[in-house]
Design a protein around this ligand. Sequence first.
Ligand code: NDP
Length: 281
Amino acid sequence: MTARIIDGKAVAAELRRAIAARVAALPFKPGLRVVRVGDDPASGVYVRNKDKAAQEVGFDSATVHLAAETTEADLLAVVARLNADPAVDGILVQLPLPRQIRADVVISAVAPEKDVDGFHPLNAGRLASGQKGLVPCTPKGVMHLLRAAGASLPGARAVVLGRSTIVGRPMAQLLLAADCTVTIAHSRTRDLAAECRRAEILVAAVGRPEMVPGDWVAEDATVIDVGINRLPDGRLVGDVDFAGAARRAAAITPVPGGVGPMTIACLLENTLDAALARRGA
Ligand code: NDP
């Protein structure tokens, strides 16, 4: 069979339209501040895209750009100021941070109710214990895509490749909360191929170009490729061999145009949720 392509751009555009309509009906503008430290060009692109998307849905959005030599204490002071600012509903500190700054210390300093990245340990704990909280944007976007693809989740065998705190682990928690039977595979997993072949839902978040060959994909599986890898020739590919997997899967996300656009859309959704919760709207 040939898989249906799950169009992340279209699903993200729809979500952004819905957010813009909800914002237009509010008596206030949700406030988002994206903090960038240093001049890493990739971070610059991400930050600009987030700011632009936030403006487009009607948020009060701004970037706080700090010098590469900013100290951890200075960054913590900026975070404290944003935590205390009533006009700010969401704070996102763009990673990676320069070497002199401990990311975990900064992440833990963001007020949990403004933690629109969903990385604060309190929000991670809420997710793990089934409580309401802010959820990391990329795995949240994957759940939107699975629903848009009509994947049947309760009881499904889901395999997540990767166990990072920003993608793999929260992904597994969300699938578990949706009643999937979840396996988390990683670099120490003994037989990755066998684990993948059992998956009705396969989410790859490893960061290795096309490491999942088509014959690791079960017939009729739904495949979500989170990986974004640039090849030496400049092409962007995922963690899954798209052509091989598409011959067996029922549905699959492309790279680019799959999970990527959902991450920013879910950042907007988290910011709106944070604004409504904080302001009791
Ligand atoms: P990390 O490097 O933090 O985690 C990678 C995970 O993959 C680890 O758990 C690691 O296992 C596992 N892994 C590495 N090599 C292998 C292997 N050979 N076999 C099995 N597992 C392996 O990456 P992230 O989670 O941050 O990101 C993963 C990918 O997703 C990247 O390509 C990244 O660019 C992309 N990404 C895309 C986003 C989007 O918006 N679409 C957003 C965020 C990330 P172990 O723990 O054992 O080391």
